[in-house]
Design a binder for this molecule. Structure first.
Ligand SMILES: [Mg+2]
Length: 262
């Protein structure tokens, strides 16, 4: 993994994740790009509310749908901040951070973690199927700027079919936005933040890395990964939680489209 420029030197001394967009590093000049690569989890799809509520119910937890989307972004920000650049550590910290953010009481965390995050049986093992409102429309807006598009996802081999089934995007003509390629880590055998997965997508969009943007919600897999491949990272940060400088944050795919169109 490339060194993480956002690593916390003293994780326990890092202030808690902010709640709300600070706006200190969200602006700046437009981004000149011929191509945009896109993450999927967190950017297009989130965990299905009903599935999460049902799984938590089996652990004796009554969860409310409101707040579950937020729980993902809070957990991702917290786990990556605490992991200090270690992707495996961030993945290990994510479940408890998610459950806490979803309002699971401390005495139910163990059971809830089993129902949601067990490596074999947990609900979160399945692909996330809650398509964010506006995401598909905003992708059309992004395509309208004239950039070439590709998807780069750490997934289970099913993400291309899922994107097509939901009408988000597909290679060639179809109900969604045409993209040059959907790169699924399981299919190609290499995962973000490894630069090789980004190079596969760069070949497909036929753009040099310095004229390419990658949009994703993970500082480790997406921001550091793209940077390691020489690509401009843009951090998908809808809640304004990002504590790091040195890259642009956007709150939506539409915001990226407007930044590229500037
Ligand atoms: Mg993601």
């Amino acid at each position: 993994m490339p060194p993480d420029p956002h690593a916390a030197a003293e994780p326990d001394q890092v202030p808690p994740v902010r709640d709300g967009r600070a706006g200190t590093h969200a602006g700046g000049p437009g981004v000149a790009a011929d191509a945009v690569l896109l993450d999927v989890g967190g950017v297009f799809f989130l965990p299905d509310h009903a599935g999460v509520i049902e799984a938590l119910g089996r652990a004796g937890v009554h969860a409310d749908a409101q707040g579950l989307d937020r729980a993902h972004y809070v957990a991702l920000a917290e786990s990556e901040r605490r992991a200090g650049g270690d992707g495996a550590e961030a993945a290990a910290l994510y479940p408890e951070a998610y459950l806490r953010a979803a309002g699971v009481p401390p005495d139910r965390v163990e059971d809830a973690a089993r129902e949601l995050f067990d490596a074999d049986l947990g609900y979160m093992r399945a692909p996330w199927t809650h398509l964010r409102e506006q995401a598909a429309a905003e992708l059309r807006e992004l395509a309208g700027t004239g950039v070439r598009l590709a998807v780069v996802s750490n997934a289970d081999g099913s993400v291309e079919a899922q994107l097509r089934a939901f009408g988000v995007c597909q290679v060639g003509d179809g109900p969604g936005v045409p993209v040059a390629l959907v790169v699924d880590s399981t299919v190609v055998g290499v995962a973000k933040p490894d630069a090789r997965i980004f190079r596969i997508a760069l070949d497909a969009v036929a753009a040099p890395p310095e004229r390419t943007v990658h949009l994703g919600d993970s500082l480790l897999a997406d921001v550091a990964g793209a940077r390691g491949a020489g690509i401009h990272p843009v951090h998908y940060d809808p809640l304004g939680l990002c504590p790091a400088d040195g890259h642009r944050d956007v709150a939506s795919i539409g915001e990226l489209a407007r930044v590229i169109g500037e």
